[in-house]
Design a protein around this ligand. Structure first.
Ligand code: ZN
Length: 620
């Protein structure tokens, strides 16, 4: 038996020799931003798990890496294997190629590994050949309309060659005929380049001849992996009739191409992204090519789909700063919104570049020139400034109602920020900019923002509720709790019926008199008496929302202690009020020299103070 990832399988100890020549710091440094942290040590953010403080270390002397966060570790090959998601032998080969060491003939540690590696190699090879074929076709007389199209898009020969743009001819058989001598049928079918008509199961196996190119009469944009190897294509149709299929056609997913992992142009842009420490993100390939051709080399694109987590991880290896240039008001709004949400939660520092209405980056550069675009870029806005502005436009904040709506528009965005400190800062900033003067509402916003517990900031009515009121409303509205007794101090208590107990205290003592929620509590008390379901009561809209909000809130389970505390705090409130009254009456009585009244009032005060003390100490 030969070990799965052992170097035994490599002839002449080739792997050991590659390892000796490789510098792990340099190779890891291609993927992770490292900074020197000791004589032999380098640190950076781990590419294998999400983190904000660097726990990923590389040791130059001993040529190994280790992450103290997720415990990933090993030598240079382990690293490349893990980050590229390839086999050990492919990693050896890749590192050797990086170092310019010529490759010996490799053998594989298992037939399966050999098969997979061969499969990937031939898939890469067929994409490469197809790419060359498309490029060649673009030069032919039949491709005049394709060249004309590229010309109108402002692409010069240099750009066309640099991006290896090509043309897929009208005939679906030319590509097949160009490749069939060089690749077996399985590779042809797996390549994603061809379609075929499936016959019934009983039919003899399909022959090569039934294959025809998916891409016909289209301008072809190759999609490369991070190493610059072609792995897929996008074809833009040149036909105007609808039968010719979608305007943009992409290769399907294959063993070498996964749409959600690839960022268009990253191979060309990665050095510039690292150097400038930011990336420009645009929506489509054409935009990306225009921006790149305009001299901004740190531009990448998604292909009209939302940014994915793997893409964010890949990009994050080069920089965590990004300027997003797509229009959130257009058809792609939902995808743009999801992309931004993801980038926020992955802790990117985001700026938004908004061009005048009707302009995408490509059109903008063609009409106004590269310098105008660079200017616009330098004026891009911090994401939260941009959002606040949007909130203020959508919900004019002159009224309290408008302010609450604006806050609720912003809240989900704030809550995505991974850092609690940043959330708090931004909540403060937003309260200031929207002009929230209410202390309660500010607290509510900061609470919601920092704990990420509620999805809504509540209108001033709800925020005026005390903890005690919330508990009592919950108890009265939680009918099902009658049948699911909670654990109490004494252990399981089958007789604990929160609604009944609250009803008892409140109707007897009228403790809720004068509270903001008095009307609502009265309605709930009546519902309890009539055995009505509180959730379906004909409450006024405000009250209904309040009940819903109180029930939805994250909270600890209702227990007898919680109820006791709530009742006790209402009792104290009543006493405090009564004491306040007494104080005034006393002053009055003393002013009028009414000794009898004064004495009576003083006695009552002593009683109340005693009651207050016992309320605090003994509970109900
Ligand atoms: Zn880690």
């Amino acid at each position: 038996m030969v070990g799965h990832t052992s170097s035994v399988a490599v002839p002449g100890d080739f792997a050991a020799s590659v390892k000796q020549q490789a510098d792990i710091v340099r190779i890891v440094g291609e993927y992770v931003k490292l900074r020197k942290s000791g004589a032999q040590n380098y640190q950076g953010l781990c590419p294998f798990h999400q983190e904000k403080t660097a726990s990923f270390s590389v040791h130059a002397g001993n040529q190994f890496f280790h992450c103290f966060g997720c415990n990933a570790g090993g030598d240079v090959f382990t690293f490349v294997q893990k980050i590229e998601n390839i086999t050990f032998l492919e990693a050896v080969r890749m590192v050797a190629e990086k170092l310019g060491i010529p490759l010996p003939k490799l053998t594989y540690s298992s037939p399966e590994e050999a098969r997979q590696a061969r499969r990937r190699a031939s898939l890469l090879e067929i994409q490469e050949r197809a790419g060359a074929f498309f490029q060649e076709q673009l030069k032919r007389p039949e491709a005049a309309h394709a060249r004309e199209y590229l010309h109108t898009r402002g692409l010069n020969a240099e750009t066309i060659a640099g991006f290896r743009i090509g043309y897929a001819p009208e005939s679906g058989f030319l590509l097949r005929d160009a490749l069939r001598g060089q690749f077996d049928e399985e590779t042809m079918r797996e390549s994603g380049l061809f379609s075929w008509k499936d016959k019934g199961e009983d039919e003899p196996p399909q022959q090569m001849l039934s294959l025809y190119s998916k891409f016909r009469n289209r301008v072809i944009f190759p999609i490369a992996n991070e190493q610059g190897r072609v792995i897929a294509f996008t074809g833009r149709t040149l036909a105007s009739d609808e039968k010719s299929g979608p305007k943009y056609l992409n290769s399907p997913e294959t063993p070498i191409y996964s749409k959600s992992r690839v960022l268009f142009n990253l191979d060309k842009a990665k050095e510039a992204i690292r150097r400038l420490d930011y990336a420009i993100l645009v929506e489509g390939q054409m935009d990306c090519i225009s921006v790149y051709a305009a001299g901004l080399r740190n531009v990448i694109a998604t292909s009209g789909t939302a940014f994915t987590e793997p893409q964010a991880r890949v990009l994050g290896r080069f920089s965590k700063k990004i300027v997003v240039n797509f229009d959130p008001d257009t058809a792609g709004a939902a995808a743009a919104e999801r992309s931004l949400a993801l980038l926020v939660s992955e802790d990117f520092e985001i700026k938004i570049l908004t061009l005048e209405a009707g302009f995408d980056p490509d059109l903008y550069i063609r009409n106004k020139g590269a310098n105008a675009y660079t200017d616009a870029l330098s004026r891009s806005q911090k994401y939260f400034d941009y959002l606040i502005e949007r909130a203020r436009v959508l919900h004019p904040v002159r009224t309290a109602e408008g302010k609450v709506k604006a806050l609720n528009y912003l809240l989900p965005h704030i809550q995505r920020l991974p850092s609690r400190i940043v959330r708090d800062e931004i909540a403060g900033e937003i309260a200031h900019r929207i002009g929230i003067e209410s202390k309660l509402l500010r607290q509510e916003l900061r609470h919601a923002a920092t704990t990420r517990s509620t999805a809504q900031v509540n209108s001033p009515v709800a925020t005026q509720l005390t903890d005690a009121e919330r508990v009592l409303i919950r108890a009265l509205a939680s009918r099902d709790l009658v049948h699911s007794p909670q654990t109490s101090r004494q252990g399981h208590d089958p007789d604990f019926e929160p609604a009944r107990q609250v009803h008892y205290f409140l109707t007897r003592e009228r403790l809720h008199e004068g509270l903001a929620s008095q009307a609502l509590i009265d309605a709930l008390l009546t519902a309890h008496e009539q055995l009505l379901d509180p959730v379906s009561l004909p409450l006024e809209a405000n009250h209904r929302r309040l009940v819903a909000w109180v029930l939805m809130e994250d909270h600890e389970p209702l227990t007898p202690e919680l109820l006791e505390n709530a009742v006790r705090s209402l009792r104290k409130r009543v006493i405090v009020r009564r004491l306040d009254d007494l104080q005034h009456q006393l002053k009055d009585a003393e002013g009028r020299n009414d000794a009898a009244l004064s004495t009576r009032l003083l006695q009552e005060r002593i009683k109340l103070r005693r009651a207050m003390g016992s309320a605090a100490e003994n509970g109900i």
